[in-house]
Design a protein around this ligand. Sequence first.
Ligand SMILES: Cc1cc2nc3c(=O)[nH]c(=O)nc-3n(C[C@H](O)[C@H](O)[C@H](O)COP(=O)(O)OP(=O)(O)OC[C@H]3O[C@@H](n4cnc5c(N)ncnc54)[C@H](O)[C@@H]3O)c2cc1C
Ligand SMILES: Cc1cc2nc3c(=O)[nH]c(=O)nc-3n(C[C@H](O)[C@H](O)[C@H](O)COP(=O)(O)O)c2cc1C
Length: 763
Amino acid sequence: MKVAVLGGGPAGLYFAISMKLRNAGHAITVIERNKPDDTFGWGVVLSDETLTNLTANDPVSAEWIRENFAYWDDIAVVYKGSRTVSTGHGFCGIGRKQLLMLLQRRARELGVDLVFETEVADPASYMRANDLVVAADGLNSRVRAEFEQVFKPNIDLRKCKFVWLGTQQKFDDAFTFIFEKTEHGWVWAHAYQFDDDTATFIVECAQETWDKFGFAAMTRQESISVCEQVFARHLGGHPLLSNASHIRGSAWINFPRVLCERWSHQNLALMGDAAASAHFSIGSGTKLALESAVALADYLHAEPSLEAAFGKYEAARRTEVLKLQSAARNSLEWFEEVERYLHLDPVQFTYALLTRSQRISHENLRLRDAQWLGAAEAWFQRQAGATENVRRAPMFAPFRLRDLRLGNRVVVSPMAQYKAVDGCPTDWHFAHYAERAKGGAGLICIEMTCVSPQGRITLGCPGFYAPEHEKAWKRLVDFVHAETKAKICAQIGHSGPKGSTQVGWEESDAPLPSGNWPLIAASDVAWSPANQVPRPMTRADMEVVREQFVAAARMAERCGFDMLELHCAHGYLLSSFITPLTNRRCDEYGGSLENRMRYPLEIFHAVRAVWSAGKPISVRISANDWLANEGVTPEESVRIARLLQQAGVDICDVSAGQTSSRAKPVYGRMFQTPFSDRIRNETGMATMAVGNIYEPDHVNSILMAGRADLVCLARPHLADPYWTLHAAVQLADRGVHWPAPYLAGRDQLYRLAERSEAAAGRV
Ligand SMILES: Cc1cc2nc3c(=O)[nH]c(=O)nc-3n(C[C@H](O)[C@H](O)[C@H](O)COP(=O)(O)OP(=O)(O)OC[C@H]3O[C@@H](n4cnc5c(N)ncnc54)[C@H](O)[C@@H]3O)c2cc1C
Ligand SMILES: Cc1cc2nc3c(=O)[nH]c(=O)nc-3n(C[C@H](O)[C@H](O)[C@H](O)COP(=O)(O)O)c2cc1C
């Protein structure tokens, strides 16, 4: 086969090598615009796993790479005058120039024709003259641009500015992140050694900071001098070096995240950064390039036609790329928003940095560096007020809000049971909540309990509006207080435009077949074409409903509930005021956010006035309407939280969605936690995170990274009332309280867990 490879970076060279190894008869030419030893950039990072894959493909070049590696295990975070070091991370660095020289040597040895100092100007001419063309011409691929209509690239230019520099200052003991506060904002560096004398030193900052420094108007040397001053304390007198002399301008760029809809066209395939890029902060660009080269060479020799090989190549590599791009997006977004976290204690800041891509979990960090994680957990427990037994996971840290003291950070999220009769909780409620209270969670929140019969969602929803309701709830609260360590919270709400609907396991959100009652809401916006159009509330309605909330709060107080939560989420009455999707009012309750918040805040103040001063109140919000800028955005939710905080709300329960039947939520593990993170770290308000959080690892990493103060689990508690007790067994934590009659079961469970750990060779 006659093959032209356009671009002699890692992807192009390694593809040529891999092809020759599979069939020495191929005639392969690599065309590269630079000289053999003229390369931008400094060192690249590869993991042990990547090197193992390379060894399987070509032991010779893998061995050469290995011989030239700088290894290190530690990550150091230098910030606020402290240097926090954790170990067990296992990286290898190699100079990009060194890597290219080795690959060039190997390619030549195998008979590849390397043509340097030749600009590829007309890709189509190569396609005509060859059986196969591989475009590996990097991030700004000219070939990709030439066939833009076919490849349909999606290029997302990210927010931060960065420049790839080098230094002879030693960073040989750790991959080092340095954060420096300057008069124009924060500037940070990613530094790592890649040979005996040289380290990569990538400098990065927010666009705003970059603009304030005036870097745009500086020459490359002027930019470098400013960076040298910013990091003078860490450079030991060594200069910062640039080797990007072939690049015009200052060499600062915004990272372009590239993803193409197609990777092939006729006899041409895209490869490496030309096809898809991964942000440098997870160090995987070269890995992607090399592994894609191997994959395409494999398929070209296993499949009967180019078309079939391209099809397999694209299908297999796209999944890998998307996985890495997802981790890279988490990581780069973390750096883009890093100023949000710079108030954190260095321990928590380091933890957040280490787990930023979500590829490293809490327990994975323990495997890497048990000692560091143990110390970090002890820090967490101490700052939470624990005085003894501080070597426990964050989920078992105490929490205090006003006079409420929770034994741990797990919350049973409110979940409608639809088992009430005429608003009265039944034996079902008693058995259901009593079980969960025995199950170890620090706080149990009862389902939305309605302030009036018309305020119910369904006929099965419970209320706080009749004497028999009070009696039934009080029986439950008394049991929880007498027999368990859990605290219990009452969620109160009014269904508004989503009322008069069927129970959850019938047609959820659909009107009743008959006997519907009239609805009220902020405006006359129906939940869906099938639902009733609600009547916009008058001022008189507002006063009636406010007094119903007050009466419900008084009843919850008499029942002895420890905490109150106001349901202002999910499209119900108070939520219908907050979101512009359902609030079309032209009076002082509509329009600006301040106006839309006016009625929910009026209710809060009225309820706060009758609720014990020592007991906290939470407000649950939908922090994202999932309809882009049409509705509430995560950004606006920070302003919502600020208004709640100013009003005296103790904690924000950060849910999302269910405010419009047109919403397009993006689901995933812990998918709503970023909204809690943002609110907590931008306002300083305490938050609860909720939404697809189901493993102890999730809970611990959310808490330890400072993304929430409490973690709510809903569906996991439907499947397992004893979720917290079981999590404790899994983590070998013996500090949780089991009810006395269950102690024999507890002992057996710990014994069985120890045995299975021993059998798996983990202890
Ligand atoms: C600051 C920074 C740090 C990074 N750190 C890491 C890291 O630690 N680990 C890691 O794995 N990856 C890292 N990367 C990414 C890594 O450099 C790339 O992902 C990797 O080099 C991709 O290989 P490639 O062969 O596809 O593209 P490139 O390495 O960009 O190679 C493309 C080649 O094509 C040539 N070329 C382009 N256009 C033409 C033309 N028209 N005619 C002829 N030749 C042409 C170029 O000169 C170049 O040699 C980093 C990237 C940046 C920007
Ligand atoms: C059956 C069921 C009923 C729910 N009822 C309520 C409710 O009454 N009040 C409320 O605020 N959220 C309610 N939710 C939402 C949950 O509290 C939670 O926010 C959501 O299920 C996401 O958490 P999860 O992924 O842990 O299930 C309910 C969820 C389920 C599954």
